[in-house]
Design a protein around this ligand. Structure first.
Ligand SMILES: *Cc1c(COP(=O)(O)O)cnc(C)c1O
Length: 382
């Protein structure tokens, strides 16, 4: 069986390089300028221009983006942060990093995203922030309850790690008024190998993030070349985005139109191929507005189906095991019926830009067979 699988279908996710990333990285390497340099600043300007925002602030990772955003929003010890359990553990670790506690909430099974209602039901006097996770790239619109959240002093910090390039209606994610965090990790829609970006809400917030990511130092790296000292004005971490990573991100951004197009096309191909399969529910990413990051289905007998596909060397995955069931987060465990149910059903199919249409057909055929041998395709709850 293994011999029939093209290598690309064996991977669940994989970065896609267009060719200019390597010479761009080599150029930076040979320049000897490695920190937060003008290459990093050019990357920030280009991302801000792409989105149409005043400031985009580069940081070392998506996790660093979330940590920095929480600090900039003033979230700290004693505060509660509303967050779906269905997210990568990085979201939760960022909350713990500022000394706050996660208030886990459930999701809508069809989209794996939170809703207005789920968020508002969890708001209390100790809520300082809510982190909607833009699952699979799908925008989460809390617009209807924004005024109420503002009134209660609850900051909206979007975990848009999956969602670079996606839209909420006609507006790109990052331009809708929330404090937005992107990841440019290895397998995200745009990669810097490792990196992240925070879109601040105000110039004051932007200044605070600039300091936080550079060890609390007020002056930028280039300003420091002309002075004998520097001022440390507050807490900060080594969270800058190195020029090497920024150069890779710039090359990726140059080809982002192709990325958007390919990811949508592959997702459509999956949707079409999966439609005849009984018992398989595709997670709805709202593909018209979304640059899809994942292609997920919900299936019965998930663990058996997963094992059968892995045995054929097909790169399936699970995004994600629910966080409220993780030992590290046991103190904040609560019952989340939808999350617990979909946590046992979700399966991420291979999804990356190296895939071909025959790869997708192969994956879907194997999925159909795996479902049959796993005990039938009927699922009362899918
Ligand atoms: C990738 C990811 C992060 C963290 O980003 P890194 O760049 O890996 O630190 C956070 N949240 C979600 C949902 C992610 O997928």
């Amino acid at each position: 069986m293994t011999a029939t699988v093209r290598p690309d279908a064996t991977r669940n996710a994989s970065p896609y390089l267009y060719g200019q990333e390597t010479p761009a990285a080599v150029q930076v390497l040979e320049s000897g300028q490695y920190g937060h340099t003008d290459v990093t600043e050019e990357f920030e300007r280009r991302i801000a221009g792409f989105l149409g925002v005043a400031d985009a602030l580069a940081v070392a990772s998506g996790t660093a983006a979330l940590h920095t955003a929480l600090l900039a929003a003033g979230v700290g010890p004693g505060d509660e942060v509303i967050v779906p359990s269905m997210t990568f553990c990085a979201t939760i670790q960022a909350i713990l990093a500022v000394g706050a506690t996660p208030r886990f909430v459930d999701i809508e099974p069809a989209t794996l995203c939170v809703t207005d209602q789920l968020v508002m039901d969890a708001v209390s006097d100790t809520t300082a922030a809510v982190i909607p996770v833009l699952f699979g790239g799908r925008a989460v619109d809390l617009g209807a309850v924004q005024a109420e959240l503002d009134e209660r002093g609850v900051a909206v910090i979007e975990d848009a790690a999956h969602a670079f390039g996606s839209r909420n209606g006609t507006r790109r994610v990052g331009t809708t008024g929330a404090l937005t965090c992107f990841s440019f990790g290895p397998i995200k829609n745009l990669t810097c190998v490792q990196g992240g970006m925070v879109i601040p809400r105000t110039p004051k917030e932007a200044d605070s993030i600039r300091r936080l990511r550079l060890l609390g130092i007020v002056q930028s790296q280039s300003e420091r070349a002309n002075i004998t000292t520097y001022r440390v004005e507050g807490f900060g971490l080594r969270y800058q985005l190195p020029s090497l990573n920024a150069a890779i991100g710039l090359a990726q951004l140059d080809r982002f139109t192709a990325t958007e197009h390919t990811r949508r096309r592959l997702w459509h191909t999956y949707r079409h191929a999966l439609a005849p399969l009984d018992g398989v529910t595709l997670v709805d990413v709202d593909v018209e507005h979304t640059v899809p990051h994942l292609c997920q289905v919900r299936v019965p007998h998930r663990d058996q189906v997963f094992a059968a596909l892995r045995a054929q060397d097909i790169g399936v995955g699970v995004h994600y095991p629910p966080n409220h069931l993780q030992p590290a987060f046991a103190d904040w465990r609560r019952t989340l019926p939808a999350t617990e149910q979909v946590g046992e059903q979700i399966l991420s199919l291979p999804f990356h830009q190296h895939l071909t249409e025959p790869d997708i057909e192969h994956v879907v055929t194997a999925l159909g067979q795996a479902l049959k041998s796993a005990g039938g395709s009927r699922c009362a709850t899918c």
